[in-house]
Design a protein around this ligand. Sequence first.
Ligand code: C2E
Ligand code: MG
Ligand code: MG
Ligand code: MG
Length: 282
Amino acid sequence: RAKALGRARYHVFDPIMYQEAIQLLELENDLRRAVARQEFIVYYQPIVSLYTGKIAGFEALVRWKHPLRGLIPPSDFIPVAEETGLISDINTWVLQSACQQLHLWENHPEITQPITMSVNLSARMFSQPNLIAQIDEILYETKVNPENLELEITESVIMENIHAVKTILQQLQERRIKLVMDDFGTGYSSLSYLHSFPLSALKIDKSFVKRMQENQEDMGLVPAMIGIADSMGMRTIAEGVETREQLDQLRSLNCEFAQGFLFSQPIEQQSVIHLLTKAPQW
Ligand code: C2E
Ligand code: MG
Ligand code: MG
Ligand code: MG
């Protein structure tokens, strides 16, 4: 038996690995074509103010509208897009689309409250030498108020290249764009560094919100994270809020904003007006 296994090692051709390599190559080619044809769509998920109970803004979340496979979630193509560098084109397109949309909402007669737009920025974007010029162009073309634009970055983006990213974030801050730390608590950033970055908010990762509910007695780390944000003069957004209990707990902790399926799934642009004008109070 051992001999048989030993011999099997000499088979260079592994059908499973081969299958996976082919699939990855197909996905890559498919994605290249998708970028050329702009086969993407932006969904919007509301962010609710827990102080007013109203929608304060939206997060733009990309999906791939595949002609054969239907709607593909970011988790199934962002990793390959990151690896191949295609993420930059996709991300720029998302930023452009979300800003265009924001400008339409800013000028919509039925929308009277101020609305913010949050867009995720991939680490790859920060290695583009023209990132700031691109953002300037998008702001100029779409005419959005930069104060209503929020860019979400993860801890790893900051920690990978502290000095370069800091300079870029300062340039964004000069434009009055807001900067949000996404998935806070899942990375390994040092608090002393965080403090020196021009961040306006920390977005608490959904895993902590989930644990808060499962662990009723000690509320887990969420109060500590809100405390950290407070002490650094930053606001807090809780991600992945699914239950009324989580909402009540977050409110009692003075968390300012929340986002999650309890309020709404990410939705298409057409459904947003309805949500804004008929939104229940939370
Ligand atoms: P993220 O930025 O942390 O976005 C939040 C994710 O949590 C979204 O997944 C959202 O649909 C999901 N979510 C919202 N509420 C709930 C909830 O109550 N429960 C649960 N279980 N999940 C909830 P989505 O849309 O699949 O996006 C996944 C990730 O893909 C995003 O995580 C972000 O890192 C990335 N992503 C999405 N769009 C873009 C983009 O345009 N550019 C870049 N660079 N990354 C993007
Ligand atoms: Mg995000
Ligand atoms: Mg997040
Ligand atoms: Mg997350």
